[in-house]
Design a protein around this ligand. Structure first.
Ligand SMILES: Cc1cc2nc3c(=O)[nH]c(=O)nc-3n(C[C@H](O)[C@H](O)[C@H](O)COP(=O)(O)OP(=O)(O)OC[C@H]3O[C@@H](n4cnc5c(N)ncnc54)[C@H](O)[C@@H]3O)c2cc1C
Length: 76
């Protein structure tokens, strides 16, 4: 019988370092500038295929960062 597993968790979201590893902005608590944006931030099995959720978190995370870089480097 074939099985597959979605490997999730390990650096879960949490409001603070007691509750999780990363905050809602995917930044590691107590480590400013260190971000985790992959399946490890999903705190529990969402019951659905996870890749769109992971991709969405990545997009939410990188867009303001990319916008800031583009603003700073208008010549790019
Ligand atoms: C067989 C299978 C079927 C699946 N089917 C579905 C599905 O139908 N729908 C769905 O939503 N999810 C599905 N999943 C789950 C989904 O693929 C994962 O949840 C998702 O890809 C995890 O995203 P990620 O960014 O955490 O890791 P990944 O997508 O694995 O990305 C990690 C990336 O990091 C790279 N990498 C690794 N080590 C290093 C290193 N040292 N330096 C630089 N790069 C590195 C890897 O090459 C890879 O490109 C499936 C998973 C498997 C295994």
């Amino acid at each position: 019988m074939e099985t597959s597993a979605h490997i999730l968790g390990g650096c879960p979201f949490g409001r603070n370092a007691e509750e999780g590893v990363v905050g809602l902005d995917c930044q590691v608590h107590n480590y400013p500038g260190l971000y985790v944006v992959d399946a490890s931030i999903v705190p529990a099995n969402p019951g659905v295929n996870p890749s769109l959720t992971i991709t969405g978190a990545g997009r939410v995370r990188h867009e303001p960062h990319t916008a800031q870089i583009l603003t700073e480097h208008k010549s790019l």
